[in-house]
Design a protein around this ligand. Structure first.
Ligand SMILES: NC(=O)c1ccc[n+]([C@@H]2O[C@H](COP(=O)([O-])OP(=O)(O)OC[C@H]3O[C@@H](n4cnc5c(N)ncnc54)[C@H](OP(=O)(O)O)[C@@H]3O)[C@@H](O)[C@H]2O)c1
Length: 337
């Protein structure tokens, strides 16, 4: 098969012939139609994804995909044959719903991912493609949907009427968080470094937006809202301290990323004196993946897609576009040659 392949850190994606995986045990072989990019792919390519570095010799990475089952191994259920499926990017979550166990992995490094024509996946990690989604949306939903479903509901416990702030709304994850929080009945506010993205989030139902590049955005937010019950963040970095300023006493700050780098300059008393809860989160369990899919279908939640690249040969272009930060939503690639 052909794959969009990374031969080493800081190398561009190249289309390369690699061996087609052979499904064994309870695995099925999926012919991938579309895949989508995540920040993780940038970090793996740059060699800064410490928990799962690129293996010697390189790999076809990619953690999101949609396709059709074309082969079923000896112990997999034959009913999967021919079915269109989405894939849970998480593996081996373990028994503890609060945190993953020692064997947890994310599809697409260190094992083969979705930037290829085929992938073999254990049947327990596939689900029928939700019919209300387009093929491109089905490839864009899994990783961002699972992460933000857990952030909004399991960790954030967002309730109707609460005031919620979502940072960096251009992010694929942030836009799904916006939709889940709105579906929960929250009053949602957003931040972005781009005015047009703030306007687009307001068109989607956000109440107002703040440009995080403005020195006084936190004061503006407090003046307008009197503070937030919940803040959902994926940027961390220097701006994290401001998120503590805009939380109400007793508020929850849920975060799942470090796009803007390490957290700096937090005054401890600003957290404990306000009785804040600061909650880290990640992808979720297989049960949360199933719950996310049914909640998304019930509330007609569709990932916002910024751009679809037409073939595996465009992987490098797609990765550079993601790294530019110009996108509003997910970047999808057709898995054609
Ligand atoms: N823990 C997990 O399991 C998990 C799962 C998924 C993602 N993540 C992490 O979550 C983060 C987002 O991932 P993604 O794939 O959704 O990213 P993405 O689609 O590439 O989004 C990047 C966005 O980050 C925002 N941003 C950049 N600098 C910012 C700042 N200083 N303050 C606020 N926002 C800023 C920008 O928003 P604007 O353009 O609106 O300014 C930009 O569009 C990444 O760090 C990723 O590694 C973690």
């Amino acid at each position: 098969m052909k794959a969009a392949y990374l031969e080493g850190n800081n190398q561009p994606y190249i289309v390369k012939e690699v061996s087609t995986p052979v499904p064994t045990g309870q695995e099925v072989l999926i012919k991938l139609e579309f895949s989508s990019f995540n920040q993780r792919d940038i970090r793996v390519q740059k060699g800064i994804y410490a928990v799962a570095p690129l293996p010697e010799g390189g790999l076809a990475i990619g953690s999101d995909g949609y396709g059709k089952v074309v082969k079923v191994a000896e112990n997999a259920d034959p009913m999967w044959m021919g079915r269109e499926v989405v894939i849970n990017p998480g593996r081996n979550w373990g028994d503890n719903p609060d945190a993953f166990g020692p064997d947890f992995k994310i599809m697409g490094c260190p094992d083969q991912g979705t930037f290829a024509e085929y992938i073999a996946v254990d049947q327990k990690y596939i689900r029928p493609k939700p019919l209300y989604l387009t093929d491109e949306e089905a490839a864009a939903l899994p990783l961002a949907g699972l992460t933000t479903y857990r952030a909004v509901f399991t960790k954030g416990r967002v309730k109707a009427g609460e005031k919620v702030l979502i940072t960096g709304i251009g992010a694929g994850t942030a836009l799904l968080a916006l939709q889940y929080a709105l579906a929960a009945g929250a009053e949602v506010y957003v931040t972005s470094g781009t005015e047009r993205k703030l306007e687009r989030a307001i068109e989607m139902g956000a109440k107002a937006g703040f440009n995080y590049k403005a020195e006084d955005w936190a004061a503006q937010a407090n003046a307008l809202t009197n503070g937030f019950d919940v803040v959902l963040d994926s940027a961390s970095g220097k701006g994290f301290a401001k998120l503590i300023e805009v939380l109400k006493p007793g508020g929850r700050l849920v975060f799942w990323g470090g796009t803007d780098g390490p957290i700096e300059s937090i005054v401890p008393a600003h957290i404990y004196w306000k009785n804040l809860s600061i909650l880290g989160t990640t992808l979720g369990s297989n049960q949360e993946f199933a719950d996310m899919l049914s909640y998304s279908e019930k509330h007609n939640i569709k990932p916002v897609i910024d751009k679809v690249f037409p073939s595996l040969a465009h992987a490098q272009e797609a990765a550079e576009y993601l790294a530019s930060g110009a996108q509003f939503g997910k970047i999808v690639m057709a898995n054609k040659v």
